[in-house]
Design a binder for this molecule. Structure first.
Ligand code: KG4
Ligand code: ZN
Length: 340
């Protein structure tokens, strides 16, 4: 089979973003994301509203991706889609759409694991971004995930640590809710943290053995702390918001870096790649830079639009699987708890 001119259409609908991308030989031609604003009013993703919005968005998003890429659907070699993990109703929309379109065009269908896609996003061809060499450690940090994965090759990955409760993005968002910030709160906490003192308040770090994470205790500690301070001083939050945000962020980053240090020590791997929405955080970026100097790490962060949920990362997995002839058949089903 010639690998000269391969066009892949990719569809991602695992959570609250409807996304489609077109890839040509590993390079992205278009990467469209329709974010669902409807969830902001609820302070979190409402699954039923998400699947309904996916149904409305999917046709225009896919057709926009094809138009922007400047190709006709008849030129596509395969259709890749997120099979899981994610919200079942949301996954079903993308899965059914991809299955029907591949069937209609009579081209291969390729199922993609969303967590694998966050990691392989580092292999999208991009001029100013270096790809991590194997083996490397991948840490995926977002509103839905917190994982450290040992990556030996494209398709040989082992989860060596993950959260036992909340994801790190949830820790940011739930802390923000306690402080009365909008959803998602991560970006605002980050902005304010840069203006505050990270050592103003001390929050406990969870005592979780090994490489697993826990963030729910931190959220409770922050809640009790705020309740106590506000009782004594009603304007406590308004008057100290930047310091509170800086201290929360400092604690969260400390938890992530401690686990990365341990993972690097245990595996002897110093190439560290991060992905997921929280990798936009200025504190984690700074801490990784410090890790390069202090521990001899080389760190990798993909282009911002490939870190949050997107279809470009689904496309790169689709492309790599296409080259191996690793296709799904029409009996494939969405899987909410799909494992790496
Ligand atoms: O990857 P993403 O867009 O969606 C998924 O959850 O899959 O990640 C969104 C999460 C939210 O929890 C948001 O608060 C957090 O990423 N986030 C940040 C920052 N930007 C986004 N957290 C901390 N600092 C940021 N700059
Ligand atoms: Zn994700």
């Amino acid at each position: 089979m010639s690998s000269e001119n391969i066009y892949i259409l990719a569809i991602e609908s695992s959570c609250d973003d409807t996304a489609a991308a077109v890839m040509h030989n590993g390079k992205i031609l278009s990467n469209i994301v329709a974010s669902q604003k409807i969830h902001e009013a609820y302070g979190g993703v409402v699954p039923e509203l998400a699947s309904r919005a996916h149904q409305q968005n999917i046709v225009p998003v896919v057709s926009q991706a094809l138009t922007k890429a400047g190709i006709d659907k008849s030129q596509l070699n395969a259709i890749a889609f997120t099979r899981g993990p994610g919200l079942m109703g949301s996954l079903l929309v993308g899965t059914s759409f991809a299955k029907s379109m591949a069937y209609g065009l009579d081209i291969p269908l390729i199922d993609v694991n969303h967590m694998q896609a966050h990691i392989l996003a580092h292999f999208i061809e991009e001029a100013d971004f270096e790809k991590p060499p194997f083996p490397f450690l991948a840490m995926t940090i977002s509103g839905g995930h917190t994982q450290i994965v040992k990556v030996t090759s494209y398709f040989d990955m082992e989860v060596i640590g993950e959260t036992i409760d909340d994801a790190v993005g949830e820790a940011f968002d739930k802390s923000g809710k306690i402080l009365g910030l909008g959803y998602p709160a991560g970006p605002e906490i980050d902005k304010r943290a840069q203006l505050g003192n990270p050592k103003a308040y001390k929050f406990p770090k969870p005592k979780v053995e090994g490489l697993d994470f826990s963030f729910s205790g931190l959220k409770t500690a922050i809640l009790y702390f705020i309740q106590k301070e506000v009782k004594a001083q009603p304007n406590f939050i308004e008057e100290h918001l930047n310091d509170i945000c800086a201290s929360i962020q400092y604690t969260i980053i400390g938890i992530l870096i401690d686990k990365l240090k341990l993972a690097s020590k245990q595996t002897g791997i110093k190439h560290i790649a991060i992905g997921g929405g929280v990798s936009a955080n200025s504190g984690i970026r700074e801490a990784l830079k410090k890790g390069e100097q202090k521990f001899g790490w080389t760190t990798y962060i993909p282009k911002f639009e490939y870190t949050t949920d997107n279809a470009a990362m689904i496309a790169i997995v689709g492309y790599l699987k296409y080259l191996e002839g690793n296709y799904a058949d029409q009996s494939v089903m969405a899987s909410a708890r799909l494992k790496l």
